[in-house]
Design a protein around this ligand. Sequence first.
Ligand code: ATP
Length: 314
Amino acid sequence: MKKVFCIGELLIDFVAENQGKDLSKAKEFSKKAGGAPANVACAISKLGGDSFFVGAVGDDPFGTFLLRILENEKVDISLAQKCDTFTTLAFVSIDEDGERDFVFSRGADKELTYDSSLKSKFENSILHFGAATALLGGTLEETYSRYLFDGLTKNAFISFDPNYRVDLWKNKEDVFIRKCHSFIEKSHLCKFSLEEAQLLSGKENLEDACKFFHEMGTQIIVVTLGSEGTLLSTSNFYKTIPSIKVTPKDTTGAGDAFIGCLLQQLAENSKIEDVLENEYLLSNMVARANKAGAITTENFGAIESLPTVQLLDS
Ligand code: ATP
């Protein structure tokens, strides 16, 4: 089984309770673990995969809390770093219509330093870049580029999820697009939401968008479409794989559960290139990943809602 290295942020989401959208009126917050790459690492280990989290938290109680959660989920945290800066915090309120108010206090996640000894571990592995905060600058951004280069030179399979956050990129979408393109052209697999696929390709039509990404160099594109399932595109086929029917309570983490489940299945194959050419196998993998995403929406929270193998097989 291949190792999967999930690189990027782990942070605290303080979610405001019972006050509508206006954060200035919020009195109570609940503390939740956040960070897409960390969620993906948990999704993989929960399904029996071998996942590593590579990211930085503060040497403070929040950092301890976050790493403990990952450890409980059997994610290997030996490559995580604790630094002097405080753990990154996001304060968020969401009203009934999904409108958000957001304050982001960026700390330790941006401080991830490059470790040249990881290069040898990347041999024949999978590297997942879940770029939400990584492209915002800091040491992490440079570390990201260096690990991407190391992964490519060591024949690692590269997976990229841009994790676009409107609140983080307001009025600088062009910078986001440019930074994402440098990852898309080097990735074997890209996972987009519909909004991301359109934003990053500049195309309304999804088939045109996928063509654009394939021409950039990506072999597999998956575009997650919520209850509609997932669009799967390779140079040989283009199809929508339906999801299962569920009654969603909270969609947080569905995309991370999806990509985690897909990577965990790819990791079980010694020759990923063979899978890429096998439409039947790849479609089945995406169908299973759809199920993982759907199950995650049935409960509140991200990590706590990720499915186990038993649940996925039931
Ligand atoms: P995130 O905001 O977590 O990054 P995302 O937008 O990438 O999420 P979604 O499309 O919400 O991801 O969900 C990922 C996958 O989970 C979908 O492709 C689908 O297979 C499944 N899924 C999500 N919501 C539902 C739903 N309401 N019903 C059935 N399946 C769902």
